[in-house]
Design a protein around this ligand. Sequence first.
Ligand SMILES: Nc1nc2c(ncn2[C@@H]2O[C@H](COP(=O)(O)OP(=O)(O)OP(=O)(O)O)[C@@H](O)[C@H]2O)c(=O)[nH]1
Ligand SMILES: [Mg+2]
Length: 306
Amino acid sequence: MKDSNSGAFRSGFVALIGRPNVGKSTLMNRLIGQKIAITSSKPQTTRNRIQTVYTDERGQIIFLDTPGIHKAKNKLGQYMAEVTESTLKDVDLILWLVEPSDYIGAGEQEIIKRLSGVKTPVMLVINKIDKVKKEDLLHIIDTYRKELDFAAIVPVSALKGENTNDLTDTIFTYLPEGPQYYDEDTVTDQPERQIAAEMIREKALRNLSEEIPHGVAVLIDRMKEREGGTLIDIDATIICEKESHKGIIIGKQGSMLKKIGTEARRDIEMMTGTKINLKLWVKVKENWRDSDTLIRNYGYRDPEED
Ligand SMILES: Nc1nc2c(ncn2[C@@H]2O[C@H](COP(=O)(O)OP(=O)(O)OP(=O)(O)O)[C@@H](O)[C@H]2O)c(=O)[nH]1
Ligand SMILES: [Mg+2]
């Protein structure tokens, strides 16, 4: 990949942080050109740190998508906050994503306080610029500029792909010369079964109303390729917190579960390039989000641990 004509190979770790729902996962997927992290219009979609890799002739960027910064209401929330906090250490660059608004609320102030103490360069990314007029953008940039000493301020639309190539260019200018950490085919550290579980959770998030999806976890019980490699069988369980939620997730004559299953199957087929036979079950585990053991069992564990 190294090209002696185009300068030194640059590489480094870049954390994406910000309030829930600002578009961190959408942006990361856009920058690497593939859907790895799940996204939804509901806050607190991302629960674990998700690492992805972008490589071109200029260098290699390792992105770390993090759970949105919010006040934790349970142990799962505390866990998510720790994931984000620990990601801020040892990165070469922080991308702070914000909504395109000139109102800097208490949540943003908290983040500013936190970031003013770190030595790592911080780049402000104003996302969702497709929602505002160009002239308002200048005012937003001006408001934020006064709050912190940013390495750069880059407005983008992650959804529409506006200005995202410029963002990649700017990121490279802030990365040190360094090695290629991963081979150029590596896209993520997430195992396929974990991405499959997340895709099922995404469909639950997108199809179910407010409170239910926040209490949902997904476990892959079995993921096995049939002989000949033409089909993968997946058995998965959707965990929820209440018997009444279970009824809603299953839906009238199983209609909701079927919808979640059909949509998830399509995404998993896209990812694996193989036909999928997906079977879903629903189980109740009351208050699992407040149980250390259960949140670990459902895959929420310290990213530094095995
Ligand atoms: N209009 C518009 N919507 C966007 C843009 N980027 C993301 N979104 C939408 O914003 C919502 C949240 O996106 P996510 O990528 O899940 O946000 P997140 O910051 O990862 O959220 P958490 O994981 O909950 O912290 C989704 O409905 C996206 O489609 C954008 O550039 N423009
Ligand atoms: Mg996210």
